[in-house]
Design a protein around this ligand. Structure first.
Ligand code: NDP
Length: 390
């Protein structure tokens, strides 16, 4: 039996992960599950899979979680320290699927017991990639990518020599506003940005797809995880979302990974790695699909990709500032405080202020300065929002 923990169990990735685990009860036992405010779902998941402990990130949700688990014998806990404590309990396979920078600490804690960490939380690599990889190496742990593009690159690279890799191309559906003109984007609503054309995902990543901030995070994630130079990473808009990534080799060969837009594919690959097991995902009928289309991304309408390149060039804690400012911008957009295009303006302004203020690229990366940079970027973003300078 493999012991499994899932952080972010109540989210889109978490639910898909538990769907795969529940299909093979003889192979997996569930140790810890975590959620946020969706306590009813967390409790029902914990009961259904007979987890040892369920943790909500929020202290004020603990009474409701305790009540929902009453009589089950399942431990209930709450708060950041409890999340870390649960992540420190030895598991064979841990899913990191909390959304945002909050996912960083539990992932680090899990690596310390040498686990296999399936990493959906791309923010961990964007904010602290070198630290996370070093922690994994130190403890003999393994990080497997869960983002569909990165899982695709990982699969295309199997058995290949990294020295022979010329370029990596990650695809982007283009999100909800792929074909919208710039003028219309200014008045895009939260509801419009929350509808992804191909993927069913959490609201935050769906809006990040519409603004291309998701792809910007993924470009940085590619650099950090695979150690590929930024100039060798390309983004290609592919509206059908069937080709997830391509790897180009020095002999001109291009290896593409295709699959239905279903996250259980990438999650299942990480769950079964290094083997391939049967997965309940649709099989592609290419004759019926007929055509696949590709085009270059438009960085005028979607400046997030340009900002990602600047962040990679700066290095240091620039990723932490970028992600924190982006999270604040997203919160402000969802709350109706700023418009859709103002998100990128806000992130750009925070990065400009912080580069001027002390040089993000100069700071040696440590968990402490990642946290400090995150706090400072959020504070600067909040000031810009509240004083309506964006
Ligand atoms: P969701 O918003 O659907 O779920 C997020 C999960 O994190 C929920 O369990 C939520 O709890 C929990 N959570 C929210 N805030 C906090 C917090 N402050 N502390 C601890 N837990 C919290 O997100 P997704 O599943 O869409 O995405 C999860 C991660 O996976 C993200 O990093 C995303 O970028 C990445 N990813 C997602 C993909 C997808 O298809 N969805 C594809 C590739 C990567 P609750 O809901 O109970 O409040």
């Amino acid at each position: 039996m493999r012991r499994i923990s899932v952080f972010g169990a109540t989210g889109s990735i978490g639910v898909n992960t538990l769907d795969l685990i529940a299909r093979r009860p003889e192979e997996f036992s569930v140790l810890a599950l975590s959620g946020g405010r969706n306590v009813d779902l967390l409790a029902s998941q914990a009961r259904g899979l007979r987890a040892e402990i369920a943790v909500t990130a929020y202290e004020d949700c603990l009474p409701a979680l305790r009540a929902a688990l009453h009589g089950s014998g399942i431990e209930a806990a709450a708060g950041t320290a409890a999340l870390i404590e649960a992540a420190e309990r030895p598991a064979d396979w841990v899913m990191s699927a909390i959304v945002g920078a909050a996912g960083l600490a539990p992932g680090f804690a899990a690596l310390r017991h040498g686990t296999t960490l399936a990493l959906a939380n791309k923010e961990s690599l964007v904010t602290a990639g070198p630290l996370l990889l070093a922690e994994a190496a130190r403890h003999g742990a393994r990080i497997l990518p869960v983002d569909s593009e990165h899982s695709a690159v990982f699969q295309a690279l199997a058995g290949e020599d990294m020295a022979a890799v010329e370029r990596v191309i990650i695809t982007a559906s283009g999100g909800a506003f792929r074909d919208w003109p710039l003028e219309r984007l200014a008045s895009a609503t939260v509801a419009e940005a929350s509808c992804h054309p191909n993927w069913a995902m959490g609201q935050r990543i769906t809006i990040d797809s519409a603004s291309m901030f998701n792809k910007a995070l993924e470009v940085i994630e590619t650099k950090e995880y695979f150690g590929i130079a930024p100039e060798r990473i390309e983004v290609l808009v592919h509206p059908e979302s069937l080709v997830h990534a391509l790897v180009g080799f020095r002999d001109g060969a291009l290896m593409a990974h295709l699959g239905a837009p279903d996250m259980r594919h990438a999650i299942g690959y990480a769950l079964n790695w290094p083997e391939r097991a049967e997965l309940p995902v649709a099989r592609l009928d290419l004759a019926q699909i007929g055509q696949l289309s590709f085009r270059a991304p438009d960085e005028t309408r979607f400046p997030a990709l340009r900002l990602a390149r600047e962040v990679m060039a700066t290095g240091g804690t620039a990723g932490a500032a970028f992600n924190a400012a982006k999270e604040e911008a997203l919160d402000a957009f969802i709350a109706g405080e700023i418009g859709f295009l103002a998100m990128a303006q806000l992130v750009e302004e925070v990065l400009a202020q912080m580069s001027g203020a002390g040089g993000l690229g100069n700071s040696a990366l440590s968990l402490d300065n990642v946290r400090e940079t995150d706090t400072e970027a959020r504070a600067r973003a909040r000031i810009l929002i509240s004083t309506r300078r964006i």
